[in-house]
Write a protein that binds this ligand. Structure first.
Ligand code: ATP
Length: 253
């Protein structure tokens, strides 16, 4: 049986806009399992990103509880949460948020050194190795402004995994990329998952979602359905795309 790595119980999030309250998460009960490539889909405004931020402690919740490896993390101080995020989580966003004055290599290195200050040689060689694996080794000494969006995103993935996080949170990681770079980024995420990395990704895109092994459908701030899939294989991509599209159509999305 798989271990629930991250769990939410009755997770609620209300935003206030002036005098109006907007209830975005409506008591979400969710378990994200170790080793899964979990994907959250659903209509625009359903609360997908809000849920990702709530589970990763990037944003607070209004009610309910969040657990990471069976320990409650909701209610932790911002300092404790920042330490946990830095140590245990990796983040990939639509925008890379790389530091513009640092090269790709330095961006990855700094994150590694923050987590492992006592082994700078190890971190250096790991940063180099990861950039090579992400196919941006040749661009390692360039600034983010001197590389393509796809190269920057691949460096951002290297930065997200340099400290061997328990979980990678990816919010529309291919949203700003063309098809070719989308494929490269998805392949890298898939490879990381094949090697045991747990991933939680939000996406609109069936082409991205079909790399997942567990797809959750969120609507009106509630998880309404899930689709379990075997690990992705390139040769079955077409059938898988049809299956995921069929699932979404049945949900009338
Ligand atoms: N900080 C905020 N203040 C007020 N409302 C917010 C805030 N963040 C999100 N919302 C609202 O919460 C709702 C859900 O937003 P969220 O970004 O989680 O949806 P989503 O499902 O990820 O949408 P999309 O697919 O369009 O990115 C939206 O109506 C949004 O306007």
């Amino acid at each position: 049986m798989k271990n629930a790595m991250l769990s939410g119980r009755n997770v609620c999030r209300v935003f206030r806009e002036g005098d109006t309250k907007v209830q975005v998460l409506n008591g979400v009960d969710i378990d994200i399992y170790e080793g899964d490539f979990t994907v959250i889909m659903g209509p625009s405004g359903a609360g997908k990103s809000t849920l990702l931020y709530a589970l990763s402690g990037m944003d607070g919740i209004t009610d309910g509880q969040v657990f990471y490896r069976q320990q409650e993390i909701s209610g932790s101080s911002e300092k404790q949460m920042a330490a946990l995020r830095s140590r245990e989580f990796g983040f990939v966003f639509q925008q890379t948020h790389l530091v513009s004055s640092l090269t790709l290599y330095e961006n990855v290195l700094v994150k590694g050194l923050l987590n492992q200050p006592k082994d700078p040689d190890d971190v250096r060689s790991k940063a180099e190795q990861l950039l090579g694996k992400m196919q941006v080794g040749d661009a390692r000494d360039r600034l983010p402004s001197q590389v393509s969006g796809g190269e920057a995103q691949r460096a951002a993935i290297a930065r997200a995994v340099i400290h061997d996080p328990g979980m990678i949170f990816a919010d529309e990681p291919t949203g700003a990329l063309n098809r070719e770079n989308t494929e490269k980024v998805l392949k890298l995420l898939w490879e990381l998952n094949e090697n045991g990395q747990s991933i939680l990704m939000v996406t609109h895109d069936v082409f991205a979602a079909m790399r997942g092994t567990r797809l959750l459908y969120l609507e009106d701030g509630m998880v309404l359905d899930e689709l379990l899939l075997p690990p992705y294989r390139e040769e079955e991509a077409r059938n898988r795309e049809i299956k995921v599209s069929g699932w979404l159509s049945a949900l009338q999305w």
